[in-house]
Design a protein around this ligand. Structure first.
Ligand code: ISL
Ligand code: CA
Length: 553
């Protein structure tokens, strides 16, 4: 069992928005197959596919009605097998999303479960009696409103941490756990290379499901995030399934610190390989949560990343990502998507690929795609965004006031179609796209990127090549420089006699950097940079806006 998941680079495909092969406006599996050569050219090693299972799409596939079948819009099982084959032929692995904190309410288990209190599947979900006219407790859902839904048929409520159509599965039930493991084996036996596990740290809820006394934000969070039996379940899953295959696993885990994170990824504990931490993603959220957008500081960015590096370095491994299908575009959030779009996209790429951990690229990031700002809520598709919009309207906010944070944080920022060329609908579909394309597609698209040797695309490609060439980029220890600087992010890394120096100006100002003497004395060779660099490294250098350089010494 190699270290391929440490050395590789992951590319996340959101199938619905990647490429539509049949003109129905929805990306599909055949579409992904047609673009595999593009991904091969970029040089990525692993594709993570967002959910492609049968689903009524209340939450774009995160509501699964059949774990053994493919979503109608995406194609057939045969298409999936072809995709897996074609990817493997190109030396690219595929990991699938595993969504087992909840299922769809249209899953046969839930259809049975809601029939009667003594149905054999009743206990596959979390049912409770109400308290008088009220829900069993005060927990709220991620997608607005109560986390409980009343069901007349049996006069009880079921728990749904997400949409009403996403009832939470009851992991206390051993038969349910066995079903999940069986399903996982079925996919692994088909030859997939691992799983990204959706909100996997929510699967164990505190006994008694108590009221949350701080009745604000996500009410109840502390009673299910990293719950009492989560490690027991993951160790069981590892024993029964994961340990039998050479695969990679990455858990999506909101609300973890490095201390808690370590429990999931410590090699000796036999749970997961990696997790996605959210501390960095919360860096611009105020007390009111995700929609309460506040400015972020580079010193916090560095502190969080370094803390995670230190926290996991001995026994675990980090994943490095700056955006995904739930987050705004990295260049709009952490860079500058106006005059320095290209420079700042390359700067952020430099960080992702030279920090310690496995890099995750989200589709479109490699061409510098940006956030979008639709004029009306009617153009938005995301259930989280729409539910929150309606909740705020009821509170009396104006559409303009509500759209403002949606422009900054809404999940549809990442979900507009991949911009392939400058023809209608960015070449994504010949039909009507399920969500509008970003109007900037004439400027920002794959075709243009491939024709320009200075594009963001080729910069990513080169970073990926460098990672393969220099083990220090994968394994090197990190030593931070200028920790308290609000504009410069700099570090050295070292491994078995190899060293690199990474210098990045995270601001739109020119900044003078004083290079430590010890470094000037070594022979510095530039590996990559986002501006042309002629001279050798002096003791004082001026860094241009969003300039990034990596030296080897
Ligand atoms: O998207 C978020 C913030 O806007 C997160 O709070 C997100 O809901 C959380 O990280 C869980 O996300 C995952 O599970 C959800 C699904 O909607 C997301 O797309 C998925 O990544 C429910 O399955
Ligand atoms: Ca299609």
């Amino acid at each position: 069992m190699g270290n391929w998941w440490k050395e590789g680079v992951v590319y996340q495909v959101y199938p619905r928005s990647f490429y539509d092969s049949n003109g129905d406006g929805i990306g599909d599996l055949k579409g992904i197959i047609q673009k595999l050569d593009y991904l091969k050219e970029l040089g990525v090693d692993i594709i993570w596919l967002n959910p492609i299972y049968k689903s009524p799409n209340a939450d774009n596939g995160y509501d699964i009605s059949d774990y053994y079948d493919i979503m109608d819009e995406f194609g057939t099982m045969e298409d999936f097998e072809n995709l897996l084959d074609e990817a493997h032929k190109r030396g690219i692995k595929i990991i699938m999303d595993l969504v087992v904190n909840h299922s769809s309410d249209e899953h046969i288990w839930f259809i049975e479960s809601r029939k009667s209190k003594d149905n054999p599947y009743r206990d596959y979900y979390i049912w409770r009696k109400g308290r008088g006219e009220n829900a069993p407790n005060n927990w709220t859902s991620f997608f607005s409103g109560s986390a409980w839904e009343y069901d007349e048929n049996t006069d009880e409520y079921y728990l749904h941490l997400f949409a009403v159509k996403q009832p939470d599965l009851n992991w206390e039930n051993e038969n349910l756990r066995k079903e999940v493991y069986k399903m996982m084996k079925w996919w692994l036996d088909k030859g997939i290379d691992g799983f990204r596990m959706d909100v996997i740290n929510f699967i164990s809820k505190v006994d008694g499901l108590p009221d949350d006394e701080d009745n604000k934000g996500l009410v109840g969070f502390k009673y299910y995030a990293n719950g009492p039996r989560v490690h027991e379940y993951l160790q069981e899953m590892n024993r029964e399934v994961l340990s039998k295959y050479d695969i990679m696993t990455v858990g999506e885990t909101p609300g973890v610190t490095p201390e808690i994170g370590r429990l999931y990824v410590d090699n000796d504990r036999n749970e997961l390989n990696m997790i996605f931490q959210f501390e960095l993603m919360d860096i611009d959220s105020g007390k009111g949560g995700k929609w309460d957008v506040v400015p972020w500081k580079l010193t916090d960015f560095k502190r969080i990343m370094y803390k995670w590096y230190e926290g996991l370095k001995e026994k675990g491994w980090n994943s490095v990502y700056l955006n995904n299908h739930d987050q705004p575009r990295l260049v709009s959030r952490f860079g500058n998507d106006k005059e320095y779009r290209v420079e700042s996209a390359k700067l952020l790429a430099t960080f992702i690929h030279t920090w310690q951990g496995t890099p995750y690229i989200y589709q479109g990031e490699e061409i510098g795609m940006t956030n979008v700002a639709f004029d009306s809520i009617d153009d938005y598709r995301d259930i989280e965004t729409i539910n929150w919009y309606n909740e705020m309207l009821e509170k009396g906010l104006t559409p303009k006031e509500i759209l403002e944070p949606i422009y900054k944080k809404g999940r549809d920022n990442a979900r507009t179609p991949m911009q392939w060329d400058d023809t209608e609908n960015a070449g994504f579909t010949k039909g009507i796209p399920w969500i509008k394309v970003n109007p900037n597609y004439k400027e920002i698209n794959v075709k243009k990127a491939l024709e320009d040797k200075n594009s963001v695309f080729y910069y990513y490609k080169k970073l990926i090549e460098l990672r393969k060439k220099y083990p220090v980029i994968v394994y090197g220890d990190i030593n931070l420089l200028f920790e308290d600087d609000e504009k410069i992010f700099a570090y050295t890394r070292s491994f078995e006699g190899q060293n690199i120096l990474v210098l990045m100006n995270f601001s739109k100002d020119e900044v003078e950097i004083e290079i430590p003497k010890k470094l000037i004395e070594s022979k510095m060779e530039i590996l990559i940079g986002n501006y042309e660099v002629k001279d050798c490294l002096q003791d004082k250098v001026i860094f241009k806006p969003y300039e990034a350089r990596v030296y080897k010494y």
